[in-house]
Design a protein around this ligand. Structure first.
Ligand code: FAD
Length: 449
């Protein structure tokens, strides 16, 4: 494909899951796309990284049965869900390092009874805790999971008289897992959105989808093949440096390799880079300022290789009173004996050095599983800007999925999809962005016709 002087091309800056979803949907509708990724590989914050002859995911990515955008993408790409993810019903075991933990398992009943029975039969919660959760749940069902004005999750749970134990052992870990933001700061409105999507409707909405393949093979590799097969171009190691305007109309882009004339540009870059690219353009001060105000949260992963016989019952174990929050068995992803320890959100642990972090995580792991040997090897990954901080009121800072100028569009997990910073938000923003471009293109053809 000769792209340099064509005017009928949509350029997409950013080969993360948002950019890939946009490019796949446009390609599926016969549009020519040029996907430009600044780094050497596709996937963005959900990618596989080579480590000592192995490929490790840069972080543990767990999806939910309610993630329609992801499942639609698999369908467009002709992939079988069961080849890509391992679906299991909600079954949470959250331990304590010092006392007793809880176990909640969704029942095989239609929703919401699957959850009610799950709570009633939960282990580690007393009758007051259980009736408190069910009373709260009935309130959410009655009010449609909506909130007039946003508040932090901790205050919202307090307002609905959730006991300290239920908050610490159940809602807290759920909030951090879903929003990567502590309950003291997290937006109750976005948390309720996640609860509504995953715990209402079909009971399969609350299923957990664990990757069966490395992140690079889940979406980036099949998506890139799909785009190329339909005449699109996918370039890595090519950074978009500047947007070229002709008056108020987009005319092209300057990249680290060359200049292109393009008819549409989708910025599927993380919010800060998007702000920087938009900054020189007139009339976008408000949006660039808002993007600059979205704060970032970290996620740390310590991979520990044990003998292949080591396994975690139910594939994952939570810890609510340690530094380590989750231990995830990578067996489902074809890596037996490999355990990933996860610490989400910002906190004092970001100042700990590698040795301190490793020692603490390994010691907590041994407290939980005293029969396990020392790990044979370890590998630490720190993602300092893993997600945007889903704080109370952050939805006011998130732009809608619409054109920000003639021919310039935005996609990314930070778009106001109502979801936290997740793969699903990234995919949904990409699919919506492609729909808007297709609508515009149909409109233009109708006018020309
Ligand atoms: C450790 C970790 C664990 C996570 N766990 C989960 C989870 O369990 N479940 C879940 O749903 N989500 C999880 N997430 C969040 C999820 O990965 C992100 O929400 C999602 O990947 C964001 O996708 P995106 O396409 O919006 O942005 P990105 O993935 O950031 O993609 C943007 C791309 O743009 C590229 N780029 C930047 N500037 C330019 C430029 N000028 N020109 C060209 N390219 C450029 C970047 O290199 C990048 O590849 C996790 C994230 C991390 C890091």
């Amino acid at each position: 494909m000769t792209v340099s002087n064509s005017t009928e091309i949509t350029a997409i800056a950013g080969g993360g899951w948002a950019g890939l979803a946009t490019a796949v949907k446009l390609s599926a509708h016969g549009q020519k796309v040029l996907l430009l990724e600044a780094s050497g590989q596709l996937g963005g914050r959900a990618r596989s990284v080579p480590v000592n002859n192995k490929r490790l995911d840069n972080g543990q990515h767990i999806l939910l049965g309610a993630y329609r955008g992801f499942l639609d993408m698999l369908e467009i790409l002709g992939l079988m869900e069961s080849d890509i993810v391992y679906r299991k019903k909600l079954d949470l075991c959250i331990h304590s390092l010092h006392g007793s933990g809880i176990k909640i398992c969704a029942a095989a009943l239609p929703g919401p009874f699957h959850l009610f029975v799950g709570v009633i039969t939960a282990r580690g919660l007393n009758i007051t805790d259980k009736t408190g959760i069910i009373r709260f749940w009935l309130h959410l069902l009655k009010t449609g999971f909506t909130l007039e004005s946003d508040m932090c999750v901790a205050d919202y749970l307090g307002k609905h008289r959730q006991s300290k134990r239920v908050t610490n052992t159940f809602w807290g870990p759920l909030c951090i897992a879903a929003l990567n933001t502590t309950p003291a700061m997290a937006s109750a409105r976005i948390f309720l959105n996640v609860l509504r999507k995953s715990f209402t409707g079909s009971r399969h909405n609350s299923d957990m989808l664990l990757p069966r393949v490395g992140l690079g093979d889940m979406l980036p590799a099949p998506a890139s093949r799909y785009i190329r097969q339909r005449g699109g171009q996918v370039n890595t190691n090519e950074r978009v440096l500047e947007i070229i305007m002709d008056g108020e109309i987009l005319s092209g882009i300057k990249t680290s390799c060359q200049d292109y004339s393009v008819s549409n540009l989708v910025l599927a870059t993380p919010c800060r880079q998007t702000g920087k690219l938009l900054m020189p353009l007139p009339g976008l001060k408000d949006i660039t300022e808002r993007l600059g105000q979205l704060k970032q949260e970290a996620i740390i992963t310590l991979y520990m290789q044990f003998p292949e016989t080591i396994r975690i019952e139910n594939d994952m174990a939570g810890i609510y009173d340690g530094l380590t929050q989750w231990l995830i068995d990578r067996r489902t992803c074809g890596q037996p004996g490999l355990i990933a320890a996860v610490i989400s959100t910002n906190g004092p642990h970001l100042d700990m050095n590698r040795d301190e972090l490793e020692k603490t995580i390994i010691s907590e792991t041994r407290q939980l599983f005293p029969e396990w040997p020392e790990p044979e090897s370890t590998f630490l990954l720190r993602e300092k800007q893993a997600t945007f901080s889903c704080t109370c009121g952050s939805d006011r800072l998130r732009p809608r999925c619409e054109s920000v100028g003639n021919g310039i569009w935005l996609a990314g997990d930070y778009i106001d999809t109502g979801l936290p910073s997740t793969l699903e938000s990234a995919i949904q923003s990409g699919l919506q962005c492609a729909d808007r471009i297709l609508q515009k293109s149909v409109g233009n053809q109708t006018i020309r016709g």
